[in-house]
Design a protein around this ligand. Sequence first.
Ligand code: GCV
Length: 768
Amino acid sequence: MPSPIPPMSVRPKNRPAPVAWLLAWALAAACLLITRSAGASSLPHGDEAAPAAEDGYRLWLRYVPVEEPWRSRYRASATGLIGAAAMEASPTLRAARAELVRGLSGLLGEAPRAADAVTRDGAILFGTPRSSAVVKSLSLDLGAVGAEGYLIRTTTIHGHRATVIAANTDIGVLYGAFRFLRLLQTREPIGHLDIAASPKIRRRVLDHWDNLNGTVERGYAGDSLWKWETLPEHLSQRYIDYARACASIGINGAVLNNVNATPFILTPLYLGKVAALAGVLRPYGIRVYLSVPFSAPVTLGKLKSADPLDPRVQAWWTAKAAEIYRDIPDFGGFLMKANSEGQPGPEDYHRTQAQGANLLAQALAPHHGIVMWRAFVYTTGSHSEDRAKQAYDTFKPLDGKFAGNVLVQVKNGPIDFQPREPFHPLFGAMPRTNLMLELQVTKEYLGQRTSIVYLGPLFAEGLRDDTWVKGAGSTVARVTDGSLYGERLTAIAGVANIGSDRNWCGSIFNQANWYAFGRLAWDPDLSARQIAGEWVRMTFTNDRRFVVPVVKMMMGSREAVVDYMTPLGLASQMAGTHFGPGPWMAPAKGIPADWTSTYYSRADAGGIGFDRTATGSNAVAQYAPHLATQYGNAATCPESLLLWFHHLSWDYRLRSGRTLWDSMVLHYDQGVASVRQARKTWSSLSPYVDRERYRLTADFLAIQEKDAEWWRNASIAYFQSISHRPLPAGAAPPPDTLAHYEAFCIPYVEGSPGTRPACPPADVAVPR
Ligand code: GCV
């Protein structure tokens, strides 16, 4: 049974004040009823139960009752709701109205009075100049907020104080409605508002790595959100609630299926299902996109080739695009993973990546569709070039060769979503190409479902990294938002962490990463700390005694993982499941070198780290000269990236004066200590959280502590067997032998492609 919504001013659970408790119960019940009916009104079938309380379903859109004195203040500014009441209002404006009714009812304990004119102080008025004569009459300066932005302003209408939420488009109004509700959710004053906001990046997309059989590659939150087998007939309430959550943070696109794509997605059977989903998401401003396999003309179209220069292949894609747009007029376009990890691509026909991308671009252009063409291209097997250099080597020479409706989608780092990487050298290196940033919201390499790792700092770090290509300030964010080179087609993608679990993301704190991605996609300059604060307030409580320690815990959580997994610029030390340590994993028959740990650590008796300076792979030369010099010199290279760029002696002295070996050990210890501290922090906060979410998080922190210790012990045991150095004073020796850690293996982790266990049963033991 789900637990009830606790009152916002929390007192220890066992001693509630009877009257306040009853009142809170009444309000909570009212809020639930209202949420239920508000939700039901926007249901295609009105068939499914509204979210139960405090199981995480409602994400950051909980709308629980506001405490005094805020409630009275807010009520005075919410005496009536004007806008989109007519049946002919667009679905988007109706969604805005439903959200305002839902939100205000829950927050203020009573539904806002529907009105059609401003007759008293405190009305909330929303709409566009087209949809609302009153908004039009206000002659607001909407020019600057563009197609998706909004204004929220306190104004006077017919002598009465009112709040107007206005935009040029209906979706702008919906975004404004969510922003207005966020003000109340985070206890901001709303009496004198003058807010203008618009997104800096045009396409803000979630990439779902969901397979048509219901599994999710690198998914740690259950099965796929999309129930293909019951589409198109059944349109689950979850689709709408997903869309609401996305719209609340400005996400405006969803790639529905895995980049390791199957041609089935392009069959009429599945396109019908895609069209149905597009219809549900459309009112919330979300376009759908599809991942497609390059070989589809062969596997689906029965052609002999998928050669991009073959006119029959071109005609096939043109016809397929036309077929899609017949049913989905606002279809976003295609995402393509080509010549990567076994996927087919243009190189199979001795064509370039640009020729491949332009094939699709040409087919989509008449419909205003776009291609997101991934730069995650590397050759496994015999190829001996540093993996970190390969995408740059492939794509940089193609700068200027991609069609105008192509975006080259580049992961934040040159390898693969590691706990820390330098930024990808393609950023800034292709001034005549639209580049988009790809982040991973799902925590493939960062502890997967259970670890608390707030990715805001990782995302923000990637966006703020300075490429120096046009001098200081040429940040990755400025490449992505188009301001560095003046591109108009701009985009950012996040690999989604959303699944069928009731709490959407597998854990409560994983929800923060979905939230942070959306907020940074809207405005890459936001601070990770501010975003964490907003999320904590909306997801849990505004009580500072909770907010302050939890934000602190979140802000330290990413560095903790870096410390206990891959400190000082190490990367890819995970086991084959990408969960748990595997620093001893070495190239073996059938396993490409760059899928192993020793390839990256290069640990030997002389030292550790990958020499990417001029004496090594010279990957530093792919960066602007300022950075090439800085990264290329161990004395000036940021210590957080030291072993990414340098192979150094175990006795190399860091700026602290400590040896590299001692420092590594201290980082592992620091990581474990941070997780222990997080556990302690959380255990002191139980009075502020409902039981269900408290328990889940506490249990997951206990798992994370074990995982951190496992990482620390296994890594130290392995590297010490190579460094032959004693542990620094005070560091405890690993409790087990290296052989013990090496033998231990988890056979199955969620989200791994395929169903084969990662090891034989004999290797399955209990780590200590
Ligand atoms: C979807 C990594 C992951 C793969 C993923 C790939 C990609 O290699 O482990 O599961 O495939 O990245 O981004 O295409």
